[in-house]
Write a protein that binds this ligand. Structure first.
Ligand code: SF4
Ligand code: SF4
Length: 410
């Protein structure tokens, strides 16, 4: 697509945006995989429609206000990236465009308050725990209602991770783990399962103390300053002398892999790119390392849900399925695997109706597989899918952990 964007006017992320726009050939192959197009059928709410709109805004022929509704309804799921034969970098485009748009738009007061509340609680485990407790006492109404409804009635007790966890037997690798923020509150068991599974595979894990939120939430909602503040903590905290930086939440891993773009033109760009280059999802790491086979247990039918930020953003699809099969399970993939479940960071808060529609649709497809249990690699997906599905829904690493322990994964 030809464009006349003046790169000097749009800042250091301009080239990434212009590249993505320039490589789109309007073929429309991405349309059937886009959840907002599939559910609404309107061209402006498709990847191609949004690319046109962003181009027009950056060229100054359309006002930002005119483009906001379709831009805001995008889940950032990147299913369009998987479908695109021309390699359009839509993920970089939407992140950079939202960062460009945020300081230039006017949000209603209620919207600003809601976003501020989310930004000040979700990335901080203690605040999030306190806010969740307060939210359960208050009536489930108001701007955060959709988010409060996702929370379990009783939050699990805090289970802080240790600073290090030794390998069992001969050490095959040493890694650093991102502890995650919302995940530590909603399901701390996932972090511990990760440590145990890595250990069983001969991997020593360090959990750097100074780390914080990965910054993805801020990055994907255009809050560049917040995102950089979070990311700088991690640049300082994560050591370079490890074999990989392991992440067990797809959204966080995908966000950390975008650190280079986040710091484009900044003094920290090189360090950010170096850290981003060491980030690996735990399933991809274990698959590459070679999984130590768990002892034989009862084989289950596992429906594998592709988290968008694992499948589309990080291109990790086969590794988790191979791990589950190596644990003796049958793996099935639901119809419309590529469609987002509607979780997508804060999408539940920002666009609750569409998020619920996608959640119901995903649950129906998972249910139709006849599975005993659902596996996914992202806490947002687990929380969202559980709302609509009457089946056990677990992180892939929890299923492996149970296989090593000889415990039924249901
Ligand atoms: S990121 Fe997802 S919702 Fe947004 S345009 Fe691409 S496929 Fe559609
Ligand atoms: S598939 Fe790729 S090239 Fe075709 S319209 Fe979609 S983004 Fe553009």
């Amino acid at each position: 697509m030809q464009h006349a964007i003046e790169l000097a006017l749009v800042g250091p992320q301009g080239p990434a945006m212009a590249d993505a726009i320039g490589s789109c050939v309007h073929c429309g192959f991405c349309l059937p995989t886009c959840p907002t197009y599939v559910t609404g059928g309107e061209e402006p709410h498709s990847p191609r429609g949004r690319i046109f709109l962003m181009k027009d805004v950056l060229e100054g022929t359309v006002t930002l206000d005119e483009a906001l509704a379709p831009i805001d309804s995008c889940l950032g799921c990147q299913a369009c990236v998987t479908a695109c034969p021309s390699g359009v970098g839509y993920g970089e485009l939407i992140s950079a465009f939202r960062a460009h748009a945020e300081p230039r738009r006017r949000r209603p007061l209620a919207d600003r308050v809601k976003r501020e509340l989310v930004a000040r609680t979700l990335p901080h485990p203690r605040r999030f725990r306190a806010a969740a407790a307060a939210g359960r006492l208050a009536p489930k109404a108001g701007p955060l209602k959709p988010m409060l409804e996702l929370l379990p009635d009783v939050l699990p007790k805090a289970q802080p991770l240790p600073a290090s966890f030794p390998a069992e037997g001969e050490r095959r690798a040493r890694v650093a783990l991102l502890a995650g923020c919302a995940q530590q509150v909603l399901e701390p068991e996932i972090g511990w399962a990760t440590l145990r599974v890595l250990a069983r595979n001969g991997v020593e894990t360090v959990v750097p103390r100074g780390q914080g939120c990965c910054g993805s939430l801020a990055m994907h909602t255009g809050r560049t300053g917040d995102a950089r503040r979070h990311a700088r903590r991690n640049l300082a905290a994560f050591p370079a002398d490890v074999d990989a930086v392991i992440v067990n939440a797809a959204g966080c891993g995908s966000g950390m892999r975008e650190y280079g773009l986040l710091f484009a033109g900044e003094a920290d760009e090189e360090a950010a790119r170096a850290l981003a280059g060491r980030v690996l999802d735990v399933s991809a790491f274990l698959d590459e390392l070679g999984l130590v086979a768990p002892p034989p247990g009862e084989p289950l039918r596992v429906a594998y849900h592709d988290a968008c930020h694992l499948a589309h953003a990080q291109k990790v699809r086969e590794a988790p399925q191979r791990l589950l099969r190596a644990a003796g399970h049958e793996v099935v993939v639901p119809d419309e695997w590529e469609l987002c479940c509607g979780s997508a960071g804060t999408y539940n808060v920002e666009q609750p109706e569409r998020a619920a529609e996608l959640g119901r649709r995903k649950a129906a497809n998972l249910n139709a597989t006849g599975a005993d249990v659902v596996a996914a690699g992202n806490i947002g997906c687990l929380t969202q899918i559980r709302q609509y599905l009457d089946l056990p829904v677990r992180h892939t690493i929890q299923i492996l952990d149970r296989a090593y322990a000889g415990v039924d994964a249901r």
